[in-house]
Design a protein around this ligand. Structure first.
Ligand code: ZN
Length: 506
């Protein structure tokens, strides 16, 4: 009889300072969760852990049950009812009987009344069946909890930022679990956590200590000392007791047909401790020091006067919709226009009302809009402030896109109705839904060729590098404002485990 594998995806990176709500409809990249065959169809063949789990099931000749696939872009806590609606199909599938469960989770999900949603998901599954084999792949921005580790058999995570190895991370976790079901390996895990809130702006392997830690982790995997070694630099915009830098390592207790749990545990522990020791020794490198916006923009303007192969990127990182930003803070756009930068493409500003006004006016019409600034951010004491702009409606689209770049390759997404406002100097992509710009399709689907522009402004922090770094002549980080500000002093944390670096002197 063939095995039954339950494969599910429930992902949300929760920014507890974000004013954006997370209804059930926000999952499925804005179209609600997909279930059963639809879930399989939406993710099969894509660069995701979910797709890797499907491939493992096929390889193992197992029946793959896909009760739910639900991913929302980052925003604030979902309600308990929404969380239960996400969890119910998964619990039902496990209750109906299965041999193993493969989960594509984020690892920084906070829901109403629960600071550790992934821990709760895993706890609940193990409550149905205490010895259920479970493989989990987490995002790089996971705040790892003791319950997550205690209730999973195998945990892996991405080793890239931008995350272009989601499939690979899924394959690693799924393969270890599948082999353990065949009695070929016996996974044991060790993990550790540091009182260290690291800035997302310093998470990329090329920027801070992460690169060296990841190189060590890969070397340990390659050597065969451990099966999987994962660094999780954490998500600092989720205010929870688990927020911090962590690592989790899987080792094999079944070497040469001898079961030696103690030796495997010791190997996993040693690798884990070494990874975290590098992070702690170099913790000062995880702190981001922003440059004042006026200076960044003047520097960009001077760069723009020269001749370049490719555009200069202006990175509006404090309002990154891919981490819970409202995507409508206009500070950086305002500074671009104030310092008279020319030939600029901007994406995306989220403003449902402005899109409606442009659609109503029609392509080719001149409009005068109060663009963006519709959302207040009470958690950081910031009020929304629109920018009055005149321009021509250049393009209107349905916002249906497919990623062809290295991130989420092959996956469909939905911007909602999208309109381009052309102010003469700047072409601004305005969308109904929030979406991080990590793929050139964000411009190309509405008729803007990004490689031909002098400047490109992106509401992103690091993921833009997946699609845009290869075409860029220069990159200028612009510190605007918003709920993804790299200056941690703007947040009123209440639940962090204290003392914690760099907020406390440790
Ligand atoms: Zn991430």
């Amino acid at each position: 009889m063939s095995k039954r594998f339950v494969i599910a995806l429930i992902k949300h990176e929760t920014n507890t300072f974000s004013p954006i709500a997370t209804p059930l409809s926000a999952f499925g990249h804005g179209n609600g969760p997909s279930y059963g065959e639809d879930a399989r169809a939406a993710f099969a063949g894509s660069n995701t852990a979910f797709a890797a789990f499907l491939d493992i099931a096929r390889r193992e000749g197992a029946e793959a049950l896909t009760p739910i696939a639900a991913e929302s872009w980052p925003s604030n806590r979902a309600t308990r009812a929404t969380f239960e609606a996400l969890l119910q199909p998964l619990e039902e599938a496990v209750r109906a009987g299965c041999d193993a469960c493969f989960l594509d989770l984020h690892g920084a999900m906070v829901v109403e009344g629960c600071d550790d949603a992934e821990g709760e998901i895993l706890r609940r599954l193990r409550r149905i069946r205490a010895d259920l084999p479970i493989a989990v792949t987490f995002d790089y921005h996971t705040n790892l909890s003791p319950d997550s580790v205690a209730n999973a058999s195998v945990i892996t995570g991405y080793k890239t930022y931008p995350h272009v190895d989601m499939y690979e991370a899924g394959l690693l976790a799924g393969d270890i679990l599948a082999r353990s079901l065949r009695g070929q390996v016996r996974p044991v895990m060790a993990w550790g956590w540091l009182p260290l809130v690291s800035s997302v702006m310093r998470h990329a392997p090329e920027d801070g200590p992460s690169g060296d830690i990841l190189a060590y982790a890969r070397a340990m995997e390659k050597s065969g000392r451990v099966l999987a070694a994962t660094l999780l630099p954490g998500f600092p915009h989720a205010d929870t007791p688990y927020t911090g830098v962590s690592a989790v390592v899987v080792a094999d207790a079944l070497a040469d047909a001898v079961v030696d749990v103690k030796a495997a545990q010791a190997a996993a522990q040693e690798v884990c401790e070494r990874m975290l020791a590098i992070a702690w020794e170099r913790r000062a490198e995880y702190v981001f020091h922003p440059e004042p916006l006026k200076e960044s923009m003047a520097r960009a303007r001077a760069l723009g006067a020269g001749r370049h192969e490719g555009p200069i990127l202006l990175i509006d990182h404090c309002d990154n919709c891919g981490s819970g930003g409202t995507q409508d803070v206009m500070l950086v756009v305002e500074e671009i226009l104030r310092q008279n930068l020319d030939d600029v493409a901007i994406a995306p500003i989220r403003d449902r009302l402005a899109v409606a006004q442009m659609v109503e006016a029609g392509i080719g019409s001149n409009v005068n809009l109060r663009l963006g600034g519709k959302t207040d951010m009470p958690a950081i004491g910031l009020a929304g402030r629109p920018l009055q702009l005149a321009g021509r409606v250049r393009t209107i689209t349905d916002g249906e896109i497919v990623f062809s770049g290295p991130m989420y390759t092959g996956l469909k997404s939905h911007l909602g109705r999208t309109a381009v406002l052309d102010t003469g100097r700047a072409q601004i992509v305005v969308t109904e839904r929030h979406h991080e710009p990590f793929d050139l399709v964000i411009f190309r689907h509405c008729g803007i060729e990004p490689t031909k522009k002098r400047f490109i402004m992106l509401k992103s922090r690091i993921h833009y590098r997946a699609g845009f770094k290869p075409i860029a002549a220069h990159i200028v980080e612009c510190a605007g404002a918003g709920v993804t500000n790299a200056d941690l002093s703007v947040y009123r944390y209440g639940k962090l485990a204290r003392p914690i670096y760099p907020l406390d002197a440790i």
